[in-house]
Design a protein around this ligand. Structure first.
Ligand code: CA
Length: 431
């Protein structure tokens, strides 16, 4: 066990490889499988268990400053809880850590309340009012730009504006739910007539999601020095993309049916407070344009970036039949891949007066690394479908087949800190 951990009386939380040690405590929404009629509850992950927070006040005394927050967790959605200020969230975190710490006096009372994660179904963590997908992964933007505009891969605005489009929240699903291969309009090539069929170029995009906590009022932009106050936490995000539909429909207004049929997210929100030990200075290459003043702050320069390791795995139906494990495809790292920080995404989004609500989700954009082997989509890995990748069992993939399961994982690990993980974002493609 890492020496720095305070340790938990939940023994499974104390192993080196555990995603959910006491230093993490991400929030999620679940119901218990043994009771189909059971209501949705809010809880935190600890080791391989969940401590339900909904109705916790019936089992123990809640300190006065936290009572309002626990009341809000008795609802079936935690959006109102997420809207509470960051100062409250920090107090809440300290209290939850004190309940689960090795030496806690609450062990006897709380251990009968723990539920095994294997015995629940996870839902979306909160209601997601709006979803915006950014394009902050500069290597992805460059790789894709190279296919479309070899002479000028990055559009002139890219280094000045965190570009994005408004996505669709109705089709966001939690890890574990299948997606159906979308049908749509495409064409075989320039000058050829369009047709309507199941997508043949179905792809994933490796992204992180950012959940908004405290909202801002319409007409009141969030300034850089306040942006982190509105950042509640993060999850993994898979922005499913039908490349054949995208190529034909996206001119001139951008993503539509090629993207909005499904977006998968991991079910646990890793809080901003849990991510704080993994912060780094945010840097902009000296030869690049420096951000305009409204996207600059001292604290962003000092600690605006977060080091998060990302991994993609693929499990095909053939691998499943032969009991082979999912194959690791690529790894990349958030702070190296992202051209803009989370604070910059939040500030830019509201800079025109646009209001963000508690539970709104911002996608970072595909987080490809700087080398071809670290690409966060099959479009990049197979060079537009021209060079299929070969899997270790001999199968090849340019794009995804029915029966493929795409699995994203993420974790934070740095010298002197306890490793924390995001869990998984896992989705099976069916016809
Ligand atoms: Ca995307």
């Amino acid at each position: 066990m890492n020496k720095k951990t305070i340790g938990s009386w939940v023994q499974s939380a104390n192993t080196d490889t555990c995603d959910f040690p006491i230093e993490n405590l991400p929030y999620g929404c679940f119901h218990e499988l043994r009771d189909a009629s059971s209501q949705k509850k809010i809880g935190i992950a600890i080791g391989d268990c969940i401590l339900p927070l909904t109705n916790l006040s019936q089992h123990m005394a809640i300190p006065e400053p936290l009572k309002e927050g626990f009341c809000l967790l008795d609802q079936q959605q935690m959006n109102s809880f997420m809207a509470l200020p960051a100062s409250f969230q920090e107090k809440m975190r300290r209290f939850l850590m004190s309940l689960l710490a090795q030496n806690s006096s609450h062990k006897e009372k709380l251990s009968p309340l723990l539920i095994q994660q294997a015995e629940v179904k996870m839902h979306l963590p909160c209601q997601i009012p709006d979803f915006t997908d950014f394009y902050a992964g500069i290597y992805h933007a460059t790789n894709v730009g190279q296919m479309l505009r070899p002479d000028q891969p990055l559009a002139p605005n890219y280094q000045w504006i965190p570009v994005a489009y408004h996505g669709r929240s109705s089709s966001i699903i939690p890890s574990g739910e299948n997606i159906k291969r979308p049908i749509g309009q495409t064409r075989a090539g320039e000058g050829k007539p369009p047709y309507f069929q199941a997508s043949r170029r179905l792809d994933y995009e490796l992204e992180l999601g950012v959940f908004i906590g405290q909202p801002n009022r319409q007409g009141h932009p969030i300034e850089m020095q306040d942006a982190e106050e509105h950042f509640f936490g993060m999850c993994l995000l898979n922005d499913w993309s039908a490349r054949d539909i995208q190529g034909w429909e996206a001119v001139p207004l951008g993503p539509f049916l090629a993207k909005n049929f499904a977006t998968s997210i991991s079910p646990w929100i890793v809080t901003r407070q849990a991510l704080d030990p993994f912060r780094k200075p945010w840097q902009r290459n000296e030869i690049d344009p420096q951000p305009l003043a409204y996207l600059e702050s001292e604290s962003n320069r000092a600690s605006g970036a977060i080091e998060i390791q990302l991994e993609v795995y693929l499990l095909t139906s053939q691998m499943k039949e032969k009991n082979l494990p999912a194959q690791h495809i690529v790894s990349s790292e958030f702070s190296k891949a992202a051209y803009w920080s989370i604070a910059q995404l939040i500030t830019h989004h509201t800079s025109n007066g646009c209001n963000l609500n508690a539970g709104d989700l911002l996608g970072t954009g595909t987080l490809s690394g700087s080398t071809a082997q670290e690409a966060g989509s099959l479009l990049e890995l197979s060079r537009g479908g021209k060079e299929p990748i070969e899997l270790s069992n001999g199968e090849k993939r340019s794009f995804l087949e029915d029966g493929d399961t795409v699995i994203f994982k993420a974790y934070c690990e740095t010298e002197g800190q306890v490793r924390i993980g995001f869990g998984e974002c896992q989705t099976l493609i069916v016809s």
